[in-house]
Design a protein around this ligand. Structure first.
Ligand SMILES: NC(=O)C1=CN([C@@H]2O[C@H](COP(=O)(O)OP(=O)(O)OC[C@H]3O[C@@H](n4cnc5c(N)ncnc54)[C@H](OP(=O)(O)O)[C@@H]3O)[C@@H](O)[C@H]2O)C=CC1
Ligand SMILES: O=C1CO[C@H](CO)[C@@H](O)[C@@H]1O
Length: 348
């Protein structure tokens, strides 16, 4: 068996505990060596469940552990900049949760420090690790659905007012549904289309709840190669009412996925290939539902994320979820808020 990279986790009690820690036991090239969280009770519970003896309530204590080579920072967004810079200055590799930072200025400082320091660094854009998305990308690249014309990515959940919740405050989250879930949708469309955004238009606001960040974001992204992308992300639509649609339409067909933009690594994908040569507009539309089902091997996307990152550290490879890419997404989000405020398109 090969060597295991020694990981530390900063803010172990949230998504790290919900998704990454349970996945780690099946990751062949990684092991959790130390965990940090501000919440002592949570630390004690995780330490007992996963038999992790090195627990800390201060990030510097974890960073002083010479055994730890890589750190996964999974804290609320307002702490990303401070903790990311500390990890980089400690000379450890860094996997930072999304979004990269609260705003463009903070994001730039993290990216520049990472470039200067040179250790392996990336943002946890976990949707890129979904096997369904990797398969969709290959199909798009093969040309089976022709030139891409129009796309949609959607993610919704029901997130009512909760006293003191960091996600509902501008000062701790940076933004609402757009920052929290739009980040994934923008990232996955850029990845699938291998493209960049030229201009954006956003209709973003707080329509249902009384918190200060957006609960609704409906956005248009015009891509450099010409496709138009729609992103709809909401904190005010129940999860069950919308299945996280990912729709890619081209000149020869479409790829329609549901439930793949999510945390469980599941969801279905359908391929529609359409003959346009000699097309008879009177021809009856095929009544075969969504199209041909695309099979893919199910995997734990959080486990795969750690495995890919550990391999990159070991072999000196670049990660597929780079800081530069995540920086571009931060800039797109800032442009969308500006567009919504000024009610006009904003160029990147
Ligand atoms: N890729 C994905 O699928 C997901 C990514 N995320 C991202 O993960 C990050 C965290 O979100 P989430 O886990 O949902 O948040 P949670 O609020 O669920 O958990 C955050 C954890 O961090 C602890 N904490 C708070 N402040 C600090 C601090 N200064 N240093 C260390 N730990 C601290 C909290 O302790 P306490 O409870 O005591 O406050 C809690 O244990 C965000 O960036 C979010 O966008 C989140 C969900 C899914
Ligand atoms: O990244 C994330 C994935 O989806 C969640 C909703 O289901 C978000 O809240 C979270 O931050």
């Amino acid at each position: 068996m090969g060597r295991k990279v020694n990981w530390g986790i900063i803010a172990a009690g949230g998504i790290a505990r919900r998704r990454t820690l349970p996945a780690m036991k099946d990751v062949p090239n990684a092991v959790i060596t130390g965990i940090m969280d501000k919440n002592q009770k949570v630390l004690d519970e995780i330490s007992e469940e996963y038999k992790i003896t090195d627990t800390y309530t201060e990030e510097q204590e974890l960073l002083n552990n010479p055994q730890i080579e890589a750190v996964y920072v999974a804290s609320p967004v307002c702490f990303h900049k401070k903790q990311a810079l500390e990890v980089l200055h400690a000379g450890k590799s860094l996997l930072l949760e999304k979004p990269l930072a609260m705003n463009e200025e903070d994001a730039r400082e993290i990216v520049q420090t990472a470039l200067k320091k040179g250790q392996t660094a990336g943002v946890a854009m976990v949707m890129k690790h979904h096997p369904a998305h990797r398969k969709m990308k290959k199909l798009i690249e093969s040309g089976v659905i022709g030139d891409i014309v129009s796309c949609r990515a959607q993610l919704n959940c029901w997130f009512p007012d909760m006293e003191g919740n960091w996600r509902q405050k501008k000062a701790t989250a940076g933004g609402g549904a757009l920052v929290d879930m739009g980040t994934h949708c923008i990232d996955i469309l850029k990845y699938l289309l291998d493209d960049h955004v030229e201009w954006v238009f956003g209709d973003i606001g707080t329509r249902t709840f009384s918190y200060e960040v957006d609960d609704s974001a409906d956005c248009i992204l015009h891509m450099k190669k010409g496709a138009t992308c729609y992103i709809d992300v909401h904190f005010n639509i129940p999860d069950e009412a919308a299945k996280g649609m990912l729709e890619i339409y081209g000149t020869k067909g479409s790829l329609l996925a549901s439930g793949t933009i999510g945390q469980d690594g599941q969801g279905e994908v359908y391929l529609n290939q359409c003959a346009t040569e000699g097309y008879d507009s009177n021809q009856k539309r095929k009544e075969d539902g969504l199209g041909q089902k695309v099979d893919y091997e199910r995997e734990n996307i959080y486990g795969r994320q750690i495995e890919e990152f550990s391999k990159a550290i070991e072999e000196g490879l670049t990660v597929s979820t780079s800081f530069e890419d995540a920086f571009e997404t931060v800039k797109i989000i800032d442009a969308l808020y500006k567009s919504s405020k000024e009610k006009k398109a904003v160029y990147l």
